[in-house]
Design a protein around this ligand. Sequence first.
Ligand code: EPZ
Length: 421
Amino acid sequence: MQKLIIQGGFALKGELTVSGAKNAALPILCASLLAETPLHLSSVAALKDIDTTIKLLDTMGVKVVREADKVTLDASDVQSFEATYEMVKTMRASILVLGPLLARFGTARVSLPGGCAIGSRPVDLHIKGLQAMGAAIHITHGYIQASTLHLPNRRLQGARYYMDVVTVTGTENLMMAASLAEGKTVLENAAKEPEVVDLAECLIKMGANITGAGTDVITIVGVEKLHGASHNIVCDRIEAGTYMVAAAMTGGDVLLNNVRPDLLDAVIEKLREAGADVKCTKNTIHVKSDGKLKAVNIRTAPHPAFPTDMQAQLMALNVVATGVAKVTETIFENRFMHVQELQRLGADISIDGNTALVKGVAQLDGAIVMATDLRASASLVLAGLVAKGETVIERIYHLDRGYEYLEEKLTKLGAKVRRAN
Ligand code: EPZ
């Protein structure tokens, strides 16, 4: 198992280029299954979850060519309509092949994703939405067995569907399925995340008829066929936010390029409230700080509210800020796995249900800690950057799922970070 070794105490200074968004690339890669001709993508980050998704599509018969950040996917000869447990257990976002497979081929067999470190992560709304479109779905032996063979022309039927919980991949799965359905689908209480909007923009380039993406009502009028297109993946707002927090915590001066400040309003607001100097242009964010930050209360909620994927990172900031902060997680039931690891570094955090009370401490002390999930791992890196002495973070495969060239990017900014086996 690989680990990261960090010497704390170095301010981050310089520039970095933000990569393409993991959580936009994953659904858009799966959208290739909908098209009869090749889909050409750029800004596809070099991440483990992207590798896993490409491997899954390849096993289905999608011809994938990848060169650096460019990926071309040709789904003209798909042979298999299945995502096995072995594939899905390594990455729950594999569920995103369900909607496209059903919409284009009328059949799909996808393993139910298990739970994960941050929560039970049900997919009941994905299933109910497809059933609302007429799909016959049975859960047998841990698999979702779905079919439209009983429907007129074997096609999903447009429907109005209200999602009683805001679900990002649920919205994405149903939007992709509805793109080829017969008639109009209206998704209500839809997720408004920028990654949902990026998927919609890509689908529209492929010939889909979608309006309302980015609002809580998305309308899709199904078409007969979708074709390939070219699409550049939107920047990764969570990667950007993570480096912004790193700059603020270390008393640094960092310019982020290839970033969309308009996707990060809630995070920018909190960093300014904490005392960082944040200046934005259309596609850059400049973060400067003296490292002396004030505690800020955080309450996660669906976009455009404060993102749950930045909760662990802001908790790390609060751990070394002045004052007491309340951090409330409203999306996932177990997204405080980073707390006990931060406590090993000297953090003063107490948990009461879905709220953590964080009392800032003057100094963290380096220690050996363990990564448990992607964003928890990021918070440990942030804490290690400011802790006294050496911090060793074990099981960093979690980090490799979502942060492209992490140690290279941090080293370029002056951090003392190295990977070891
Ligand atoms: C997406 O997960 C992201 N993953 C997550 O990012 C992110 O944390 C999450 O959205 C929330 O923003 C990808 O996009 C690949 P949800 P997703 O469905 O879609 C409940 C990261 O760190 N729910 O929006 O799986 C669910 O239990 C990852 O990059 C149902 O009850 O999350 C949760 O409480 C972690 N039934 C809430 O909705 C369903 O059918 C939001 O989950 C679906 C979800």
